[in-house]
Design a protein around this ligand. Structure first.
Ligand SMILES: Cc1cc2nc3c(=O)[nH]c(=O)nc-3n(C[C@H](O)[C@H](O)[C@H](O)COP(=O)(O)OP(=O)(O)OC[C@H]3O[C@@H](n4cnc5c(N)ncnc54)[C@H](O)[C@@H]3O)c2cc1C
Length: 357
C-alpha cells in the first residue's frame, strides 16, 4: 500500500538553520519512504525557512511546505500548533515524523488531537516490518524496550536525537509552497522577551560531545590524608572538560549535596544528574570518576556505547560487569595525568598547524 510521509521541522530559535537532530529524522523519513515506496513531504516552520529548505532540498521530497513569518520565529504553543496543523492538513500524510525538540514536544500532542490522530514521543527507531510501521521506545527509565504498531492515522512520532545517522547532502535551490496561516489575536499573547543562558564557560552539558565525563560524590569525600580537596577536584574537572570537550554528568549523591549544605562542586547542578531520576544522555563514550556505579545511576548509562570507570574500590558497582573497563585508581591522580597528556597533545597539534602555515 502506498503511504505518504511528512517530515516536519522548525528552524532553530536563534537563526534560520535546522537543529542537528532534524537531519537525523530526515534520514529516517527517507529510509521509510524507500521501504514503503511512499511519497515524502517536508514541512518547515520559522521566521524565514529559505536557507533551511535549501539545506535539505536535495533529499528529493515531492513537496516542501512552509508556514513562515515573524509570528513563527520563536517557540510558542499557539503559533507552533497552528503552523504544524496547517502543514499536516495540507500534506494529508498518514505518518508524520518530527524531531523531539522542546518546541515540538510541547505542541505536537495538541496537533494530533486536532487532527483526530495519535502521537508518540521518545521514539528511538522506526522500521517497516512486513509492510507495517514498527516503532521502538524505552519504558521504565530505559530498562524495557517496547516495539509497537498503531492503526490510528495520522500518526505523529517525535524521534529522540542520536539514534539515526544524520542525512547529508549539498544545498540546492528549494521550491517552497507557502501555506498562509492567520493567527487570532489570542494566539500571539505570549511573547519571548529574551533568553537567559548560563555563561559559556559554565555550559557543561554538551549533548553533541563524543565523551560523557561523570563525577561522583567521591570527589568531595575525605581523601587519603583524611581531608576533602574540593577546590582541587573543581579545577581538575573543569580543566578536563576544557581540554577534552566532554559533557559533564553527575551522580545523584553529588548533585544532592548542595541542598544538604555539604562541600559541593560549584558548577554541578541537578541538570547534570545521570540515572533513574536523572537523564539518559547519548554519547559514544563515558568515563565515570569517583562514582560507585549503583544500579539507579547506571541505568542512565543505557545509551553510552563504551563505559569506563575510575574507582579506588575494586568491589564497586562498576566492577560487577557495568563498565567495560574499570581502573582501580585514584581519580585525582588519573585526571591530573589525563589533563597533562591532553594539554600536551593539543600543544603539539597547534604547533603542527603553525609550522604548516
Ligand atoms: C529511587 C532511587 C533513584 C535514584 N536515582 C539515581 C539517579 O538518577 N542517579 C544517581 O546517580 N543515583 C540515583 N540514586 C542513588 C544511587 O543509588 C546512589 O546512592 C548514588 O548514585 C551514589 O552516588 P556516588 O556513587 O557518587 O556516591 P558514593 O556511593 O558515595 O560513592 C563514591 C565513590 O567514590 C569513590 N572514591 C572516593 N574517592 C575516590 C578517589 N580519589 N578516586 C576514585 N574513587 C574514589 C569511592 O570508592 C566510592 O565508590 C537513586 C536511588 C534511589 C533509591
Amino acid at each position: 500500500m502506498s503511504k505518504s510521509i511528512l517530515f516536519l521541522a522548525h528552524v532553530s530559535d536563534a537563526g534560520n538553520t535546522l537543529p542537528k537532530t532534524s537531519y537525523e529524522v530526515l534520514g529516517t523519513a527517507l529510509k521509510l519512504t524507500k521501504q514503503f515506496g511512499a511519497r515524502l513531504t517536508i514541512g518547515l516552520i520559522g521566521a524565514d525557512v529559505t536557507a533551511a529548505a535549501e539545506t535539505i532540498a536535495a533529499a528529493g521530497a515531492d513537496r516542501i511546505l512552509a508556514v513562515s513569518g515573524p509570528d513563527f520565529a520563536t517557540a510558542r504553543y499557539a503559533s507552533d500548533a497552528a503552523a504544524a496543523e496547517a502543514i499536516c492538513r495540507s500534506a494529508g500524510a498518514e505518518l508524520i515524523l518530527a524531531p523531539a525538540t522542546s518546541r515540538f514536544m510541547r505542541s505536537l500532542a495538541g496537533v494530533a488531537h486536532r487532527l483526530n490522530g495519535c502521537v508518540d514521543t521518545h521514539v528511538t527507531t522506526l522500521e517497516a516490518v512486513n509492510g507495517e510501521l514498527c516503532a521502538t521506545r524505552w519504558h521504565y527509565r530505559q530498562r524495557i524496550e517496547g516495539v509497537f504498531r498503531r492503526s490510528a492515522r495520522p500518526w505523529i512520532m517525535l524521534l529522540e536525537s542520536g539514534c539515526e545517522a544524520a542525512w547529508t547532502g549539498q544545498p540546492a535551490a528549494a521550491k517552497i509552497e507557502e501555506i498562509p496561516v492567520t493567527l487570532p489575536k489570542a494566539a500571539t499573547r505570549t511573547v519571548v522577551t529574551g533568553v537567559r543562558a548560563p555563561k559559556s564557560d559554565a555550559q557543561t552539558i554538551r549533548p553533541d560531545a563524543n565523551l560523557l565525563f561523570v563525577a561522583g560524590a567521591g570527589w568531595t569525600k575525605k581523601q587519603a590524608d583524611g581531608k576533602p580537596h574540593v577546590d582541587v577536584a573543581e579545577k581538575l574537572i573543569l580543566d578536563f572538560l576544557r581540554v577534552s570537550g566532554a559533557s559533564l554528568g553527575g551522580s545523584k549523591s553529588l548533585v544532592d549535596q548542595s541542598g544538604e549544605s555539604e562541600a559541593v562542586l560549584g558548577f554541578m547542578t541537578h541538570l547534570n544528574q545521570v540515572g533513574q531520576t536523572g537523564s539518559t544522555p547519548r554519547h559514544a563514550k563515558g568515563l565515570s570518576t569517583c562514582c560507585h556505579g549503583e544500579e539507579p545511576h547506571v541505568v542512565g548509562w543505557r545509551f553510552i556505547n563504551e563505559r569506563r570507570a575510575v574507582n579506588l574500590d575494586p568491589n564497586c558497582g562498576w566492577a560487577r560487569g557495568k563498565a567495560d573497563v574499570l581502573y582501580i585508581a585514584d581519580a585525582f591522580e588519573v585526571v591530573a595525568k589525563l589533563n597533562a597528556l591532553l594539554a600536551e597533545k593539543s600543544r603539539i597539534s597547534s604547533e603542527a598547524v603553525v609550522s604548516q602555515d
